[in-house]
Design a protein around this ligand. Structure first.
Ligand code: ATP
Ligand code: MG
Length: 570
């Protein structure tokens, strides 16, 4: 990872607040953050923003960041998700210490805290139906109504809570609620639920519990138990902050927690154009078969974009560039693509690969002859050296690089026209051979100029195009998967309310056979290359011996620079 000395420290309102807290000694000069995913899905790019923020701050301030599973909702949570989350955090390059933390490890404490709240008159068991509770909650403009059970004595509440815990009541028949104020202008303060009955198996605690704490109750306690100083979350929790503070203050007053108590800070979540960042919808994309799994390279999950070929460095850089603000906004997908392109431009080896092959026979090149030509591995990194690429009489070029009846702007190969084959020779197209059945172009007959070896004419004559190619006899066959955005509109679902109407039916294109330079025979899953003129590609784990599969990570065309230019002009 880059050291802070090399990169300027990011600055934003959260870091300013923490710097101030360090000055005043509010948290005894400690900085302890956490990243608290619920293990109910795979992590997505929005989570990456939160991870970079929380772990980044801990690194910058010499503090710690916990990875904590907020596993308080047994029905939706699974070990598979826990494992994938751990894997994604590590892949992003962050260290959460020897162990992850689990909210379920604090269930005993949470239950004791609830008993304390009951005995101190701060909580009661409500036996209203869910419907009654909803009706009595009031609205944004009208106050709520007290539950008829609000006046239960502490003893009765303790007894009922114990019965809930012992499994003597049905799911939904009663809940434990905080006793705050049913007329509060903040609906979150109108006696929020703390515990509900749920006879369900938990992925870690099994059947030990049949009551589970509500997120709003559990989360502040998790922070406090772990001595978190700055509890950073997304803006939708802003209205929860008064309850966060109310709860922790009462438990500190009762001696169950130590001061200083953690404080909540909210920032704007990441929204990305053409992308959904909501686990609920991502789960549907997987379960309804719109994609091939959580790690489908079209998915905005960390495992998906990793499989697609993104690097952790590019993703961290993206998160730094988008910054942290207090107001919601939409980030352009082109910026994410810019970040990966910038990174791969520096590190990916260039190779030649023909994705939509058109056969070329060099009629004046002797049959059986072959030679090796020298090619540069990475013009951005001269230490990357050179390699040999075989050349022979039969080659493949891209179908798109030939046009029988070229329009004005088409400078590539055409009948009678001369072009350069990269690192090789000038060739001229003499003849177009057709497939008898289909009438399509079957192959081209060309002649080469032996004087132009390496790609330059000694007489100084110029050509307008340089094409990539591979030797037919030597090339490796491969499958190449090209991706477009999963959705056709910037804000999927915004118009119709259903993301399905905006799914792009052409988000995946599979090309096969494609032909790749033979030097890639030993390429392994995860290896990244630039296919000259075609984009950056990454070897997919579906690859088998002799049957490579590549994912296109990103094209070479930088739309971000254009967008910026346009914005600067405005
Ligand atoms: P989703 O909305 O996708 O269901 P979530 O907020 O329910 O996400 P959690 O597992 O609770 O998912 O998220 C863990 C942390 O990641 C939280 O602190 C949350 O604020 C943060 N987070 C989730 N989505 C985003 C986002 N789009 N941008 C920034 N942070 C996010
Ligand atoms: Mg959440």
């Amino acid at each position: 990872m880059e050291s802070p000395a090399e990169t300027p420290k990011p600055s934003d309102f959260i870091r300013e607040i923490i710097t101030e807290d360090q000055k005043t000694g509010k948290y005894e000069k400690r900085v302890h953050t956490r990243f608290p995913p619920e293990p109910n899905g795979y992590l997505h790019l929005g989570h990456a923003k939160s991870i970079c923020l929380n772990f980044g701050i801990a690194q910058e301030f010499g503090g710690k960041c916990n990875l904590r599973f907020d596993d308080t909702n047994p029905e939706k949570e699974e070990q598979e998700y826990v494992n994938s989350i751990i894997d994604s955090v590590k892949w992003l390059g962050f260290d959460f210490g020897p162990e992850a933390f689990y909210a379920s490890d604090y269930f005993d404490f949470m239950c004791r805290a609830a008993e304390y709240l009951i005995s101190a008159g701060h909580a009661y068991v409500d036996s209203q139906t869910a419907e009654e509770m909803r009706q009595n909650r009031g609205t944004l403009t009208s106050p709520g109504k007290d539950s008829p059970f609000r006046g239960r004595s502490a003893d009765e509440n303790l007894r009922l809570f114990l019965e809930m815990r012992e499994g003597r009541h049905e799911d939904g028949s009663m809940v434990l609620r905080a006793k705050i104020d049913m007329a509060s202008p903040n609906i979150n303060m109108r006696d929020p639920a703390l515990y509900r009955i749920k006879h369900a198996q938990h992925h870690r605690t099994g059947s030990s519990w049949c009551i589970y704490p509500m997120y709003t109750y559990a989360h502040p306690l998790e922070d406090a138990v772990e001595n978190i100083t700055h509890s950073i979350c997304t803006l939708e929790f802003e209205d929860q902050r008064p309850f966060y503070d109310w709860l922790l203050e009462r438990l500190a007053d009762g001696g169950l927690l130590r001061r200083p108590l953690p404080g909540q800070l909210e920032f704007a979540r990441l929204n990305l154009s053409y992308t959904v960042l909501s686990k609920r919808i991502l789960i549907q994309l997987v379960s309804e078969g719109h994609v091939k799994g959580w790690d489908d390279p079209r998915m905005p999950t960390i495992s998906g974009i990793r499989r697609r070929g993104y690097t952790p460095e590019a993703l961290r850089n993206f998160c730094e560039r988008i910054g942290v603000a207090k107001r919601d906004s939409m980030v352009d997908l082109a910026l994410l693509e810019y970040c990966i392109r910038e990174d791969l431009n520096r590190r990916a080896s260039r190779v030649m690969a023909v994705l939509r092959p058109l056969k070329v026979v060099i009629t004046n090149y002797p049959e059986g002859q072959e030679e090796e030509l020298e090619a540069i591995n990475n013009p951005e990194d001269l230490n990357a050296g050179t390699r040999k690429v075989p050349f022979s009489r039969e080659l493949y070029i891209e179908q798109d690089d030939f046009c029988e009846d070229p329009p004005k702007q088409f400078f590539r190969l055409a009948p009678g026209r001369e072009v350069r084959l990269r690192y090789a020779y000038f060739i001229t197209c003499d003849k177009v051979l057709r497939d008898e059945k289909t009438g399509g172009i079957a192959e081209l007959h060309c002649t080469y100029d032996p004087e132009t070896r390496g790609g330059d004419a000694p007489d100084g004559r110029k050509v307008k195009a340089t094409l990539h190619w591979v030797s037919a006899r030597h090339a490796l066959k491969a499958e190449v998967r090209l991706f477009d955005t999963l959705f056709t509109v910037e804000e999927p679902g915004a118009g119709s309310g259903d993301f399905r109407t905006d799914i792009n039916p052409n988000s995946l294109e599979i090309l096969s056979p494609c032909y790749i330079e033979p030097g890639l025979a030993d390429a392994a899953a995860g290896d990244r290359y630039q296919f000259e003129r075609m984009g950056y590609f990454c070897v997919d784990p579906d690859s088998a011996e002799g049957a490579l599969v590549f994912n296109r990570t990103v094209t070479l065309k930088d739309t971000w620079a254009k967008i910026q230019k346009r914005q600067n002009k405005k």
